[in-house]
Design a protein around this ligand. Structure first.
Ligand code: COA
Length: 260
């Protein structure tokens, strides 16, 4: 991963940070970012010592200001359809089996907002501005935005953002549930690191099963989701982490989870 340029991978177990690194283009997602990001997720998935992943943007101005608009120029429909494979960055992030936190350090637009929504938790700088401005380009979100946005903020708020293309301040995004916390700009990294470290102390087995169950909640009908939860709950009882967690509680000490 050392030779990657557009996505920086910092592994500091138990937390890893993926930084999208095109600050002079406000970290716009081009083919290179999409490829390197998905490859990095593969590495982090395979690295047991990594228990939580932070996603952020380089520089002080942007998380990600959207898909790279330059790549859309002169591109025909058939060609775009073909490269949609490159859009797997969103699905790969959503399906990544460890907790993910988006540290939204500035503009979070279009594909950037879609990437943040594909993460599990979103913490935003009070200077961040968010939106889905695709409508201004005569297109629509192509990274799951029309699906994930209404699930997070409700139909009315989603339509408002999608129809107007307006950029909203972080405080407004918090009000509608698009982000989960807003902190002073200079404190974003520290706050996200603190949250990641806290989550990373928990049982990796439990975290993975929780993620799978919660992901089902927005996909499956309720009965199916409850059935899955019951199965996963049973599965958790076969783990060493469950033994350790219960034992530690009864012995009045902190658990030491191994992820087995
Ligand atoms: N794709 C490609 N390049 C982008 C980009 C994007 N989505 N967003 C920003 N950039 C580039 C700009 O072209 C500029 O490059 P340049 O210096 O070579 O001209 C650089 O990043 C800095 O952006 P700039 O527009 O000068 O910054 P600003 O502070 O004036 O405006 C924004 C910031 C976010 C309001 C503005 O860049 C913008 O509207 N970007 C597009 C957002 C968008 O529509 N995203 C959805 C895409 S589907």
């Amino acid at each position: 991963m050392a030779d990657q340029e557009t996505v920086l991978v910092d592994i500091a177990p138990p937390v890893a940070t993926l930084t999208i690194n095109r600050p002079d283009k406000l970290n716009a997602l081009n083919a290179s970012v999409r490829r390197e990001f998905v490859e990095s997720l593969g590495l982090l998935q395979a690295t047991d010592a990594v228990r939580v992943v932070i996603v952020t943007g380089a520089g002080d101005k942007a998380f990600v200001a959207g898909a790279d608009i330059k790549e859309f120029e002169d591109r025909a429909a058939v060609e775009q359809f073909r490269v949609m494979k490159g859009f797997e960055i969103f699905e790969a992030t959503d399906a990544f089996p460890k907790p993910t936190i988006a540290a939204i350090n500035g503009f979070c637009l279009g594909g950037g907002c879609e990437l943040a929504m594909a993460c599990d938790i979103r913490i935003a700088s009070d200077k961040a501005r968010l939106g889905q401005p695709e409508v201004n380009l005569g297109i629509l979100p192509g990274g799951g935005g029309t699906q994930r946005l209404p699930r997070l903020v409700g139909l009315g708020n989603a339509f408002k953002l999608l129809y107007t293309g307006d950029l909203i301040p972080a405080a407004e995004a918090l009000r509608m549930g698009l982000v989960d916390e807003v902190v002073p700009h200079e404190a974003v990294r520290e706050r996200v690191q603190e949250l990641a470290s806290k989550i990373a102390q928990k049982s990796p087995v439990a975290l993975q099963l929780i993620k799978e169950a919660v992901r089902a909640s927005v996909r499956a009908p309720l009965d199916e989701g409850i059935r899955l939860e019951t199965t996963l709950f049973g599965l958790a009882f076969s783990s060493e982490d469950k033994e350790e967690g219960i034992k530690a509680f009864l012995e009045k000490r902190q658990p030491d989870f191994t992820g087995r």
